[in-house]
Every structure is written in C-alpha cells, then in structure tokens.
Design a protein. Structure first.
Length: 176
C-alpha cells in the first residue's frame, strides 16, 4: 500500500493523533472520576495521581499536535486555490463551494471545525495543569475535581465535533 504525502499527513493528523487523544481521554476520564477518598488508599492515591498527571499531559500534547498538524500541514492543502480550468475534485474547498448541495460542508462544517478544534488543546491543557497543581488534593476537593472533569469532557466534545466534521468533509472532498 502506498500513501501520498497528503494522505500520510491526513492519517497522522486524524487516525494516529486522534486515536491517541481518544485513548488518553478514556483513561483520564476514568482516573478523574474514580479519584475519591473512599475509593483509594493514600498509597493508591499517589500512584493514580502520577498516572493521571502523565495521562493528562499526554492528552494535552497530543491535542496540540493534532490541531497544529491540521492547521499548518493539512488545512493549507484543503484551502488551495485551483488554477483556471483545473479539476475541482483536486481542490477540496473549491469543490465543496462549487455546488449548492455541498456548500454547507464548507460553510458550516469546515468553518466550525477550524475554530472549535482549538478548544480541545486549550481545555486539555487546563485539565493537565489542574491535575499537576492540585495532585492528591483532587480526591478531597470535589468542586475542583468536578471542574476538571467538566473541562475534560468539553475538550473531548470539541475534538469529537471537529473530528466528525473532518471525517465527513474528507469523505465528500478528500485531500488527494
């Protein structure tokens, strides 16, 4: 199987980094949710916090890498302007805007995706900072733990919306 450079970067951006983000999210969510004094011993709490600290920072870094590769590597190919008389299927943005039936993919989907996606790394970084700053005190500080959980879920939802829209747009107008 051969991949073009564009397909390779699309794979890295969507599947590899997106997949790592999902794995880090699921582990972090379980870790934050179960971080309660009645569930863990003092020694178990230290071990969980160490794992949670690593996991949330990995998730934040992966989220940043995902939006950076999408914005600065994949997205310019999407927005490329076609030369006069070119096959529009080779220029995803121009292709989507060329028809009333596909215009919404760009006007709503891509415009939403390119803005909402940036919330994921910002929120994931906030969660990683909270876990690092409060450490084992998160088990006793329910409001801070619930705030971190809420931010964590919002980071995931931002990434999920961006990922879903990206997949739908790529299905309709792939970057070849």
């Amino acid at each position: 199987m051969q991949l073009t450079a564009r397909e390779f970067w699309g794979l890295i951006h969507g599947m590899v980094l997106g997949g790592l983000f999902l794995l880090a999210f699921s582990g972090g969510l379980a870790g934050l949710y179960s971080l309660r004094p009645e569930f863990v011993t003092v020694q178990g709490l230290r071990e969980r916090i160490r794992r949670l600290n690593i996991g949330t920072w990995v998730m934040a870094v992966v989220a940043w890498l995902t939006v950076i590769t999408g914005t600065y590597i994949v997205y310019p190919w999407y927005r490329a302007k076609p030369p006069e008389g070119a096959d529009l299927r080779l220029y995803p943005r121009a292709f989507l805007l060329s028809s009333e039936s596909t215009k919404l993919f760009h006007e709503f989907g891509m415009e939403w995706k390119e803005h909402i996606a940036w919330f994921a790394p910002i929120l994931a970084t906030a969660v990683a900072y909270i876990v690092w700053k409060y450490g084992d005190r998160l088990a006793e500080r329910e409001l801070i733990r619930k705030t971190a959980l809420t931010l964590f879920v919002l980071a995931f939802l931002a990434a999920a919306v961006a990922g879903l829209l990206g997949a739908l747009i790529t299905k309709k107008a792939p970057i070849l």
